[in-house]
Design a protein around this ligand. Structure first.
Ligand code: HEC
Length: 131
């Protein structure tokens, strides 16, 4: 389990050189990812599902439905600052509300956790390619 987590972190750190430093965002620490995961479980899983595939129990009732983070393109982008913004202000006219009531620190933790579910092969996050 710890091993899987370190692998995920290693993968994330791999991309941090480009995307993260460009936005002057520090690479996530293991603690930050743990925190993001916990916050995601509490605040987001009912709609997004544990794996971010949009299979949460509440998703059936939603329109539009939450996308599969791993497979479908994001409307508002998958750069860390774009995901942070989506989490902070939501997506207009959808059930995806903003979570500005969470601290910035919490929203960054969530951002990094969401990004662990987005394939890092291309910036488009979900440009269908292979997987
Ligand atoms: C009430 C259900 C609901 C909850 C709770 C919810 N979301 Fe969403 N979320 C959605 C829906 C629906 C969409 C898709 C909106 C669309 O297609 O435009 C979405 C979209 C997104 C997107 C993609 C935005 C884009 O650019 O396309 C991100 C990132 C996201 N949510 C993160 C989160 C996080 C993190 C949380 C928890 C803090 C969360 N969501 C909680 C329903 C929810």
């Amino acid at each position: 389990m710890t091993r899987t987590l370190s692998l995920a972190i290693a993968a994330l750190l791999g991309m941090s050189g480009t995307a993260l430093s460009a936005g002057k965002i520090k690479a996530p620490s293991p603690e930050q990812l743990e925190k993001g995961k916990g916050l995601f479980t509490v605040n987001c899983v009912p709609c997004h599902g544990e794996k971010g595939d949009g299979s949460g129990p509440a998703a059936v009732a939603l329109n539009p439905k939450p996308r599969n983070f791993a497979k479908e393109p994001f409307k508002q982008g998958t750069k860390p600052d774009e995901v942070f913004k989506s989490i902070s202000t939501g997506v207009k006219d959808t059930p995806m509300v903003g979570f500005a009531h969470l601290s910035e620190e919490d929203r960054w933790a969530l951002t990094h956790w969401v990004l662990t579910m987005v394939p890092q092969s291309g910036k488009a996050g979900g440009k269908k390619k292979g997987k």
